[in-house]
Design a protein around this ligand. Structure first.
Ligand code: C5P
Length: 409
């Protein structure tokens, strides 16, 4: 049984919302109703209280505020039905001046929104932009249908049948519940960030990896119920502190430190995901004092580099290898070239999968969208994830969960 909050806003289609509540109850769920003041002109308190046997939550002032945040906390699913043009704007902009928008803002539960309004309002560029914003954020917006509208006109903007809304919303809930335990009982190690190879106490050889993709994978794995350890190389503290509670972070600086920490961590792990950009070379000698220029001549120092261990290849081919090993390859070049590099890498490194990440001017590094092709050990493309780093992470984590499940059988 899940806890569902039905948020009702002030449109004439509100009369259909009690059926959505009833369908959710019939599926065995516990339903609370949060209503905007305006919606009570369409369906009153006594209806809601009669159906749910509990007070409808309307006021955000005073005692109601604590209760409202409580609703957001306990919700496993929020259904906003009907959602007026005004409430869509509220949700998109992040307002919190009524019970419905405040509950959505304060909750991390999946949200299903069923808009209903006059066609002109639905088709207005502002409304369409709000719908796009909500969808981009992962809100499930159920398109209105065409037909007779409350105003007497006809066109697009009608609320779909409440049974259909309930069915779609319950499917979203089931999918979310399934996804949130896909990695239950699994231990994952995710390396992230970029190593820094010391030249002297103040200088290093580094790279431009922000660590964002690795942290997105760690977050998605934690949200899927996995127990996650991140080996973080030189990642901004603000990014690390945004990780979900329970994710363990081990900070490292250089490739050698990352190697030791990763080998120690994978001993008990089900999966290793090596997103970190590990330097292939390091200065043979790191000067113990700061290197100085000699003012009396134009000499420049020569820094001799030596190879770093390849952590992925070492673990991929070792006895301690976790059942699932995933590597990353950031490559530049034509499609054909990068696929050939990726296939070669998968084989060489002993990885089950390589995430092939094309880097260029506006993809790959930093706070930008990603485009990842997943290659298996034989170099075959078995998945492609395009979108924000969170979307890519969710896709990859789903694939990892299925792979680990397939090993059990
Ligand atoms: O060979 P390349 O650096 O392109 O391989 C990238 C993959 O190998 C990444 O998963 C990276 O984390 C891993 N790697 C490693 N140790 C290195 C270099 C790369 O584990 N020294």
């Amino acid at each position: 049984m899940a806890t569902i909050v039905v948020g009702v806003t002030g449109g004439v289609a509100a009369f259909k919302a009690p059926i959505v509540v009833r369908e959710c109850q019939r599926a065995g769920h516990d339903v609370y109703v949060a209503a905007t003041q305006a919606s009570l002109d369409f369906v009153g308190r006594s209806t809601w209280e009669g159906i749910t046997s509990r007070p409808v939550v309307v006021d955000i002032a005073g005692e109601g505020r604590a209760e409202h945040v409580e609703l957001a906390r306990i919700a496993d699913l929020i259904i906003v039905v009907p959602a007026t043009a005004n409430s869509l704007a509220h949700l998109a902009a992040g307002f919190a001046d009524d019970m419905v928008s405040l509950t959505v803002l304060a909750s991390d539960a999946p949200v299903v929104v069923a808009p209903a309004m006059h066609s002109n309002m639905w088709l207005a560029p502002a409304t369409q932009a709000n719908v796009r914003t909500l969808r981009e954020r992962g809100v499930h917006v159920i398109d209105p249908t065409s037909g007779a509208l409350g105003s007497g006109d006809s066109g697009v903007g009608r609320l779909p049948e409440p049974e259909l809304i309930a069915r779609q919303a319950l499917a979203v809930l089931a999918e979310h519940q399934q996804a949130s335990c896909a990695l239950a009982g699994r231990r994952l190690v995710v390396t992230a960030g970029g190593t820094r190879e010391p030249i002297d106490p103040v200088r290093f050889l580094g790279n431009r990896s922000s660590g964002r993709q690795g942290l997105a994978i760690a977050s998605a794995a934690a949200h899927a119920g996995g127990s996650v350890q991140v080996i973080a190389a030189n990642i901004e503290s603000a990014l690390l502190s945004a990780l979900p509670a329970g994710v363990q972070v081990t900070r490292v600086g250089s490739a050698l430190q990352m190697r030791d920490a990763t080998i120690a961590a994978v001993a008990r792990a089900d999966a290793l995901v090596m997103t970190a950009a590990v330097a292939d070379f390091r200065p043979e000698v790191a000067s113990v004092s700061k290197m100085k220029k000699d003012p009396t001549n134009e000499d420049v120092p020569t820094i001799r580099l030596i190879r770093n261990p390849d952590i992925l290849a070492e673990i991929g081919h070792s006895e301690q290898r976790p059942p699932l090993v995933v590597g990353f390859a950031a490559e530049t070049g034509t499609d054909e070239e990068i696929l050939a590099y990726g296939a070669d890498k998968a084989a060489r490194k002993g990885a089950d999968f390589i995430c092939l990440n094309r880097v260029g001017e506006s993809v790959g590094f930093g706070d930008v969208p990603n485009d990842i092709r997943l290659l298996d050990a034989s170099g075959r493309i078995v998945g492609r994830y395009v979108g924000s780093k969170d979307e890519v992470a969710t896709g990859l984590v789903g694939h990892m969960a299925s792979f680990l499940d397939s090993l059990k059988r």
